[in-house]
Each structure stands twice: as C-alpha cells, then as structure tokens.
Design a protein around this ligand. Structure first.
Ligand code: NAD
Length: 226
C-alpha cells in the first residue's frame, strides 16, 4: 500500500523485501513501474546493496523503514533468539541503514526518512515486550536522529508513524479473540487499512511535511491504547 501511494504521487519506488518474498515483491514493483530489490535488511551488505540500487536512480528522496516482525511470547517464556531477532530487524537495521545512507551521501538534500513504529511502542502490550521495546526504540531513534539532521543543515527530516491495529498478514496471524479485541480498541470499532498508514507516510515523505522533524504521528483510529 505504501509503495502504491508513493507511486501515485509520482515517485519511482524501489520496493524491498527478503528474497523469499521475491514473487510478490516483483508483482507490486511491476504494477507501479518501480524496481524490486531483494535484501535482508539485517545482512552486513544491506546498506551497500540499497545504496547501489539508489545511486543508479540518482540517490534517494526518501527512505521508508517499514519492514518489521513480531515474535510474541510473554517475557518469562521469551528466548534470547526471538528477542534479538525482533530488536535487530525492527530497530537495529534502521539505525545501521540510516548511518550508512547518510555517511555515503545516498540521501539527497531535503530527503525524508520515515520510520514505522507502533502504538505498542507507546503503550506496551502483553506478550510483546520485544516488539514494544523495538517500536519504543524507533521513537527514541527518530528523536535523536532529528537533532543530528538539523545539525547537518541539508533540510532532511526524520519522522515516524505509529499505527494501531491494521488489517495485514501480520495481524492475520493473531488468534481470533485477540485480533477482534485489537479491532474494537479504537473509536470506530474496526481495524485500520494499510492505505491509512500509507497516506500518512506519503505525506511525511513529501515536501509538504517540511515543518515536522522528530515527530511520531499515530494512525490508530483514536485507539484507547496509549
Ligand atoms: N499490522 C499492524 O497492525 C501494525 C501495527 C503497528 C505497526 N505495524 C508495523 O508496520 C510494518 C509493516 O507491517 P505489516 O503489518 O505490513 O506486516 P507484514 O508482515 O505484512 O509486512 C512486513 C514485511 O517486512 C518484511 N521483512 C521482515 N523482515 C525483513 C528483513 N529482515 N529484511 C527485509 N524485509 C523484511 C516481510 O517479509 C514483510 O513483507 C511493520 O514495521 C510493523 O511492525 C503493523
């Protein structure tokens, strides 16, 4: 949905996902006349591969850090592997890739960095300590990086969206009762749609949001959580 909305706004979108998702990725990229890049963002050469694809198009006007995973378990049952994996994909990769893209001048002047947090990162959530920690970390990272971008004085900004319950394959995997509770947690008693989040991201990726830096915008249908 994010790729489609950005393409509608005139962007050439480099769509990225893990190699296992190549077929779906290629389908979306072709539909919007964008490009497909299969990279695991936790790999050591992820920054270089993204930079290479971006430089072929003259650099990046914006980067959207949307990739994310859940590995839900109550804290007592959480093993180290699940903890590290979620923190690494949802938070560590954003920090690592931002540094690489900034250090190597892949981001153009006035570039927009948009990160995807979650209301779990604001309110916490039972059984999601690893996920909530990673998403709270995203908000902190955005805050800290905003100051760094101001010092760079290249007109770049970084902001985040914090979605509430959105109907995607991630939430499809949640047990029915919890899923239904998630839907009813907002003022419209329904799950949000990916396009709701995509429209806010497209705005944060556009020149129109130039007055915002270091903000987290909730897209949650006025959720009771947080
Ligand atoms: N669905 C919700 O209710 C909800 C709520 C709040 C925040 N979010 C966040 O929104 C973002 C998108 O989630 P979604 O619901 O569309 O989930 P999704 O599972 O449908 O999509 C996530 C995508 O990230 C990709 N990905 C995972 N690990 C990767 C890696 N190492 N390298 C590259 N790509 C990787 C997956 O292959 C998948 O295509 C995530 O950051 C998620 O945490 C979702």
């Amino acid at each position: 949905a994010i790729a489609r909305v950005l393409a509608r706004e005139g962007a050439h979108v480099i769509c990225l996902d893990v190699p296992q998702q190549q077929a779906d990725l290629q389908k979306v990229a072709s539909e919007i006349s964008g490009s497909a890049l299969t990279v695991d963002i936790t790999s050591d050469d992820a920054g270089a591969e993204i930079a290479d694809a971006a430089q072929k198009r003259g650099g990046l006007d914006s980067v959207i850090h949307n990739a994310g995973v859940t590995r839900d378990k109550t804290l007592a049952r959480m093993d180290e592997k699940k903890w590290d994996m979620v923190i690494d994909i949802n938070l560590g990769s954003i920090a690592k890739l931002n540094r690489y893209l900034l250090d190597n001048d892949v981001l153009k002047e006035n570039a927009r960095i948009v990160c995807v947090s979650s209301i779990s990162g604001i309110a916490g959530n039972m059984g999601q300590t690893n996920y909530a920690t990673s998403k709270a970390g995203v908000i902190g990272l955005v805050d800290a990086t905003a100051k760094q971008l101001e010092d760079n004085a290249k007109g770049m900004t970084i902001n985040a969206v914090a979605p509430g319950f959105i109907e995607t394959q991630m939430t499809e995997a949640i047990p029915f009762a919890i899923r239904e509770a998630g839907r009813r947690m907002n003022s419209m008693s329904q799950g949000g749609l990916p396009v709701d989040v995509a429209e806010t991201i497209a705005w944060l990726a556009s020149p129109a949001s130039g007055g915002l830096n270091g903000n987290t915008v909730r897209v949650c249908g006025q959720s009771l959580l947080g």
